[in-house]
Design a protein around this ligand. Structure first.
Ligand SMILES: [Zn+2]
Ligand SMILES: [Zn+2]
Length: 136
């Protein structure tokens, strides 16, 4: 399942969140180079959920991370419906996919005006940390 929240300022995707169910393949699989398919197949446990994430604070790499079913459900719940701060935080996505809890809106990395330390400021001046290092 693929979620791409839109930046409230420019309409670009603020993040790309893909939850891959057990035994399924990533959405972009046919377009991936053979090297990435091999990498993914090497690290991926086919019986487990897998997360591929890219957001303003960084990505979890070409092969992604394993997800337990509870966390997979929490991510789907957070991004499938209308966004709510509590559910986004509960999903464990470290940078919140670019969510500003004060604006109740998503912003892309450009509109977070990210500093090298991962500190961001949304277009309305709310600041938060979007650590560039992924913590699963
Ligand atoms: Zn933007
Ligand atoms: Zn804001």
């Amino acid at each position: 399942m693929l979620f791409c929240p839109k930046c409230a300022a420019c309409g670009a995707s603020s993040a790309r969140i893909e939850v891959i169910a057990p035994h399924e393949l990533p959405d972009q699989w046919p377009l991936w180079p053979a090297s990435r398919r091999e990498l993914f197949a090497t690290y991926r446990d086919p019986s487990a959920y897998r997360l591929l994430y890219e957001g303003p604070g960084g990505s979890n790499g070409l092969a992604g991370d394993a997800l337990d079913p509870q966390r997979a459900a929490a991510i789907i719940a957070a991004f499938a419906g209308s966004p709510a701060t509590g559910m986004i935080m509960a999903s464990g996505i470290h940078d919140g996919a670019g969510w500003c809890p004060t604006c109740r809106a998503f912003y892309c990395a450009d509109h977070w005006s990210l500093s090298s330390t991962g500190h961001g400021r949304c277009p309305k001046g709310h600041s938060r940390s979007l650590d560039p290092h992924w913590h699963p």
